[in-house]
Design a protein around this ligand. Structure first.
Ligand SMILES: Nc1ncnc2c1ncn2[C@@H]1O[C@H](COP(=O)(O)OP(=O)(O)O)[C@@H](O)[C@H]1O
Ligand SMILES: [Mg+2]
Length: 290
């Protein structure tokens, strides 16, 4: 197994925190996986990402136990600047992480700070813009872009550091549906075609299920579920008790099935409208209605 992220018995209390933000988290992520992390506000999602990208312990002090290894590096023992070439992070609000006026400057910023030769910087900028399909935005001022375009610039500016792992903390919550779709499509292509490992936080399980192979559910600093999206949705009661919702179509089909005294099965629990439609057709045939 080609393990790219390994978290071992990780616990963390912020210096000003009263309760642990993370409690005994153990998980392992393979290269090329698309993993979704969900859970209610305050569950520890951002804190977990901060332990993977090194913001904890390099920027936030506190009481840290356990170990995080990314791309073979022990995060706590590594130089923080060096980590950006292994793991990149995109935040909720694209304006929050932009430091430049133009798209080109923004995407070149990281490689320039590494002191790379200009030919290498140029190649990385071109490649990073290509990977998120925005080469035509290169000369634009960031202030003139839509939310979805800005977020793709933010992704490109992280990709120009050539990380193996891309972390996204609720990257679409500030975007309209069009912008959200642009970002999700870009992420899916990066994962499927470029093979980059993606770890994406969202409270929108529906969105995660559409894209992620695997879901992690955090609640009160603990990892309470970890498995294929289908397995997690089958445990909808655990998910709901933690304070997040499985996809609406899944909820609907679970209550519909219970009216027929049936329960959802792992192989067939519908996660999308298409799956629900084909299950409904089958049920109607079995019930002799159609
Ligand atoms: N800088 C901080 N100082 C002290 N406590 C914090 C800090 N950031 C987050 N916390 C606490 O840590 C817990 C987890 O927060 P967080 O990781 O932001 O959750 P999530 O991203 O799931 O909403 C919460 O109880 C929160 O109040
Ligand atoms: Mg958060």
């Amino acid at each position: 197994m080609n393990e790219i992220v390994k978290v071992e018995n990780l616990s963390f209390i912020y210096r000003r925190g009263t309760v642990p933000a993370l409690k005994g988290i153990t998980l392992s992520i393979r290269a090329g996986e698309f993993v979704g992390i969900t859970g209610p506000a305050g569950a520890g999602k951002t804190t977990l990402l901060s332990c993977i990208n090194g913001v904890i312990p390099h920027y936030y002090a506190g009481d840290l136990h356990g170990k995080v290894i990314v791309d073979g590096l022990d995060i706590a023992a590594s130089n923080f600047r060096q980590l950006a070439s292994h793991v990149g992070t995109v935040f909720e609000d694209p304006d929050f992480q932009m430091v430049s006026i133009s798209v080109e400057e923004e995407v070149a910023f990281g490689p320039e700070n590494l002191g790379l030769p200009s030919r290498e910087i140029e190649a990385r900028v071109r490649d990073a813009l290509q990977k998120t399909r925005i080469p035509d935005l290169r000369e634009r001022a960031i202030s003139t872009l839509s939310g979805g375009q800005k977020q793709r610039v933010a992704i490109s500016s992280v990709l120009s550091m050539l990380p193996q792992v891309l972390l996204l903390d609720d990257p679409t919550s500030e975007l309209d549906p069009v912008g959200t779709q642009e970002v999700i499509t870009a992420l899916r292509e990066l994962n499927r075609q470029v093979g980059i490992t993606i770890i994406m936080v969202s409270q929108d399980v529906e969105r995660l299920v559409e894209n992620a192979d695997r879901l992690l559910l955090l609640s009160e600093g603990r990892l309470i579920l970890d498995g294929p999206s289908r397995e997690i949705c089958l445990q909808h009661d655990v998910v709901e008790k933690a304070g997040v919702r499985v996809p609406q179509v899944t909820q609907f089909m679970i209550s519909f099935l219970s009216k027929l005294n049936r329960s959802p099965q792992l192989e067939t629990i519908p996660l999308t409208i298409e799956e629900a439609a084909s299950m409904l057709r089958k049920i109607l045939r079995e019930e002799g209605v159609a």
